[in-house]
Design a protein. Structure first.
Length: 277
């Protein structure tokens, strides 16, 4: 058969997405996509479509049950629409979430003690030899200068403040390199890692490379974090556990609602995969 006589093959049109016969149009999904950032356009499209399916199913249930509710305003002044208020009232009407008990909170506290420790604190000083990674010559020069300073300090550690004032590109140079107390997140991860590996009184034996350049670090004092008392974090734990239970209950409710509806054109995920926010 001649290739020019073959009929072009066209892809079959995708079935429209429907909830009990109500169509979720492609235009609606296109507008909703911006609210669902994802790893790919296809994933964002599917998340947006599913969100609209859930919204439509809830809206239909609101009408069926004649739910009415007063819109609420959050602490930042954002106000619900009337539809959002009615859908919230519907879910609250059909979901009962018990408050976590003191025993449950205590058990979570004991099993996750690492989450309730105060941050380690360090009192440290440094000498910064500034360097830019896109300038190979100055970068290598800074590395050599840092290594030379470490060699000087190995012979005369008491000169640390003097060398900081002479060479450091950090404003702390005026204080002999003293940074005061440093907590988690106040320096770069590589700087923090170096501090955690040092003993008080120690001067680093190798320059520590960060996006700012090369650092010579002296750890003056380490203050270990401590476990926060249960009573201090009990309310935070109760709120976390309550929110986790609420999310599971909402997902199960919506899964039941979708399971009883006639959904066409999209696969409905399991309750554990549903995003109910």
């Amino acid at each position: 058969m001649s290739s020019c006589s073959a009929q072009p093959v066209t892809a079959a049109p995708k079935a429209p997405i429907k909830v009990n016969g109500a169509v979720i149009s492609r235009a609606m999904i296109s507008r909703e996509v911006q609210n669902h950032p994802a790893s790919s356009p296809a994933a964002a499209w599917k998340a947006a479509a599913l969100a609209l399916v859930i919204r439509e199913a809830l809206s239909q249930e609101v009408v069926r049950l004649g739910i009415e509710a007063e819109p609420m305003t959050d602490g930042e002044g954002r106000r619900e629409t009337e539809d959002e208020a009615r859908m919230r009232a519907l879910v609250e009407r059909d979901i009962s979430v018990p408050e976590p008990t003191g025993e449950e909170c205590r058990r979570y506290y004991e099993r996750n003690a690492g989450r309730f420790r105060s941050s380690d604190l360090y009192e440290a000083s440094h000498i910064l030899f500034a360097a830019r990674g896109d300038d190979a010559e100055s970068y290598e020069r800074a590395r050599q200068q840092a290594s030379a300073a470490i060699a000087e300090l190995a012979a005369a550690p008491g000169r640390f403040a003097e060398l900081a004032r002479l060479h450091s590109a950090c404003p702390s140079a005026e204080l002999g390199g003293n940074l005061g107390q440093i907590g988690r997140g106040q320096t770069t991860p590589l700087f923090e890692k170096a501090l955690a590996a040092m003993e008080p009184g120690m001067i680093g034996r190798e320059p520590v490379e960060t996006p700012y350049g090369f650092h010579i670090i002296r750890l003056d004092r380490a203050i270990a974090g401590r476990l926060l008392p249960f009573e201090l974090v009990r309310e935070r734990i109760a709120a976390y556990l309550g929110e986790a239970v609420l999310q599971r209950a909402q997902a199960q409710y919506i899964a039941r609602l979708l399971g009883s509806a006639r959904i066409e054109g999209i696969d409905v995920p399991s309750p554990g995969e549903l995003n109910v926010h």
